[in-house]
Design a protein around this ligand. Structure first.
Ligand SMILES: [Zn+2]
Length: 109
């Protein structure tokens, strides 16, 4: 499953397991009160970070081709024999997004 190491205690946690708690600091007058995600093992505050989201850009052409096919009934990836490249990019995009996403320590909250 989609599990990442906690930066505080090194336990593997899935995003679903992350709990939340209110921020300890009092919100300033211009801040909305907010809560932070916390590790279920050590209650350390974490945020989802890393460069993973950039990899989703690789999946964009494939998404576009799927949308275009749905709307116009025209598969331009197949038209140019790009179907396998399209699936490769899609897999790379999601694989990279998983590999390069990590949990980061959130301090002073
Ligand atoms: Zn932890």
């Amino acid at each position: 499953m989609f599990k990442k190491e906690c930066p505080w205690c090194s336990e593997k946690v899935s995003f679903k397991q992350l709990g939340s708690r209110p921020v300890e600091q009092k919100p300033k007058w211009y801040q909305f009160s907010r809560s932070v995600q916390v590790c279920p093992y050590c209650a350390g505050a974490v945020k989802v970070g890393g460069k993973g989201l950039w990899f989703l850009i690789l999946a964009v052409p494939s998404f576009l081709s799927i949308i275009i096919e749905l709307v116009f009934k025209y598969n331009f990836m197949a038209e140019f024999n790009l179907s396998s490249i399209s699936w490769t990019l899609l897999a790379l995009g999601f694989g990279g997004a998983y590999l390069f996403t990590k949990l980061e320590k959130l301090k002073n909250v």
